[in-house]
Design a protein around this ligand. Structure first.
Ligand code: BES
Ligand code: MN
Ligand code: ZN
Length: 498
């Protein structure tokens, strides 16, 4: 595992395999960013020219390696691009991405020191988090030729006192390590990660961090009347689970419920997905992985707020025992749902979990789900949709996401789309409505299960949860841990009374 630390010593005395500096786009070519001064001195002031000769312009995403001169205790200097040069500091997301590029580029080295322009504690945290996330590599199934992440990342800080820089790096470690855990869960093959093994992992992590974990197995789900979760899981040889992970703080003034869609594999069920649409469907538990990571991070950060994560875990498979299109399920809480398409399964498991979460009267429920292909068509693969029964909460979560460097966009829940789910069915609701606006229809379905008086928001992360393209910034191929930072920052803000 990659370790993070902070150092206030000068670059000249830092012993590492590589020193990372920032380079930005100046009016006449690449310019070195603050933090690089001692490294630049060791080059007798020629580093910017050397970089220009090597083709560097300072663009974001750029990484250029230069052998280090005598006088430095590292053999290599890596310059990472920061985009347009500025006098008054770089955006935290720019720093996170540049640090991520650096850590990824340096895979295979043991120790790297980052000398990026990190002045405030928040900037130190951004560099540390970006580096830890960029260092991530999923090696479970790779043999000896797998990528070995950087072993040790040192964030150099010019901050005097250094104490809050140390705290900033510790915060980054708590958030980054839990995000990387979520990525591992998403990337694990669905023959290894099923509802039962996911629940076991949650129990082990709960024990490690002192969280209360309760698991409802298929018998308990049947006894409790969780018709949605059971209806989705009944076709699989791997039975479903509902997992509750609770973090409580003795001085908490608010309780947040985070509900995650945890379909460990979505084949579509009897409404089977065609080839080309199912190869990445192990990612369909990304919401559950995100809420799980968020509650563990909340505990590690000691936030003064109660956070309960609900993981709605099932495998959606076709078989002789599977739910048919046309079946009616009796959901937890008593509503009936006609299943017109077994591939619209996420809303079924979430509905049960949202009703169950609502029984505990949290102040807010936020669900996170890879819910609809429609949301990917609407917003692309890097932006999640935010829906809510409360305009202020929707705006707030969108802004919180922006503050931590996650792309999101507020989406409406138009009342007129509801009738497509009620008029077409023999039950209270159908699990499908109009095709147009499919992401909003799914949101409207979930809204039916939110108890009166509870503010609820729905994050549809179907686009950004799983990166099928090449890595960029601190985002690897595969699982991304989308929405974790938004949830954690939101919990932090609530804990701070905001
Ligand atoms: N898990 C999928 C949604 C999805 C699509 C996630 C692409 C990630 C990438 C979901 O269960 C699903 O199949 N939704 C259907 C709903 C439809 C049948 C109403 C969809 O979006 O096509
Ligand atoms: Mn589906
Ligand atoms: Zn699904």
């Amino acid at each position: 595992m990659t370790t993070l630390s902070v150092s206030t010593s000068s670059a000249a005395s830092l012993r590492a395999d590589a020193l990372v500096v920032g380079v930005a786009k100046g009016p006449k070519g690449p310019v070195l960013a603050p933090g690089s001064e001692t490294v630049a001195e060791a080059f007798d002031g020629t580093l910017a020219d050397v970089l220009a000769t090597l083709g560097a312009v300072g663009a974001e995403g750029e990484a250029v390696k230069v052998p280090a001169p005598a006088g430095l205790k590292a053999p290599l200097v890596l310059a990472v691009g920061l985009g347009e040069a500025t006098e008054d500091g770089y955006a935290q997301e720019t720093l996170r991405r540049a640090a991520g590029v650096a850590a990824r580029t340096l895979a295979g080295t043991k120790k790297a020191a980052l000398l990026l322009p990190a002045e405030s504690a928040a900037e130190v945290e951004a560099v540390a988090l970006g580096a830890l996330l960029g260092a991530y590599a999923f090696g479970t199934y790779k043999g000896e030729n797998g990528k070995v992440p950087v072993g040790e990342l040192i964030v150099a800080s010019t901050r005097k006192g250094g104490k809050d820089a140390k705290a900033a790096v510790e915060r980054a470690a708590a958030i980054g390590e839990e995000m990387n855990r979520a990525r591992d869960l998403v990337n694990t093959a669905p023959n290894d990660l099923n509802p039962k093994s996911f629940a076991t992992i949650a129990q082990a992590a709960g024990k490690e961090h002192g969280l209360k974990v309760e698991v409802l197995d298929e018998k308990a789900l049947l006894k409790g009347g969780f018709g949605g979760i059971l209806g989705v899981g009944v076709g699989s040889a791997n039975p479903p689970r509902l997992v509750k992970v609770a973090y409580t703080h003795p001085k908490a003034k608010a309780t947040l419920a985070f509900v995650g869609k945890g379909i460990t594999y979505d084949s579509g069920g009897i409404s089977l997905k065609p080839a080309g649409h199912n190869e990445t469907m192990k990612c369909d538990m990304s919401g559950a992985a995100a809420v799980f990571a968020a509650v563990v991070a909340a505990k590690r950060l000691g936030l003064q707020v109660n956070v309960t994560a609900w993981l709605a875990l099932a495998e959606n498979m076709p078989s002789g025992s599977a739910t048919r299109p046309g079946d009616v399920l009796r959901m937890y809480g008593g509503k009936t749902v006609e299943v017109l398409n077994t591939d619209a399964e996420g809303r079924l498991v979430l509905a049960d979990a949202i009703v169950r979460a609502g029984e505990e009267k949290p102040d807010v429920i936020v669900d996170v789900a890879t819910l609809t292909g429609a949301m990917v068509l609407a917003l692309g693969t890097r932006t999640f949709g935010v829906m809510s029964n409360d305009d202020a909460l929707r705006t707030r979560l969108h802004e919180t996401a922006g503050a931590v460097g996650e792309q999101s966009w507020p989406m409406p829940l138009p009342a007129d789309l509801r009738k497509g789910m009620t008029e077409s069915t023999i039950a209270d609701l159908a699990n499908m409505g109009e095709r147009m606006g499919g992401g909003l229809v799914a949101g409207l379905f979930l809204k039916e299960f939110v108890a009166e008086g509870i503010d609820w928001a729905h994050l549809d992360i179907a686009g950004p949860a799983f990166n099928e393209g090449g890595p960029f910034g601190y985002t690897p191929k595969g699982g991304t841990a989308s929405a974790v930072r938004t949830l954690v920052r939101y919990a932090e803000d609530v804990a701070a009374g905001a």
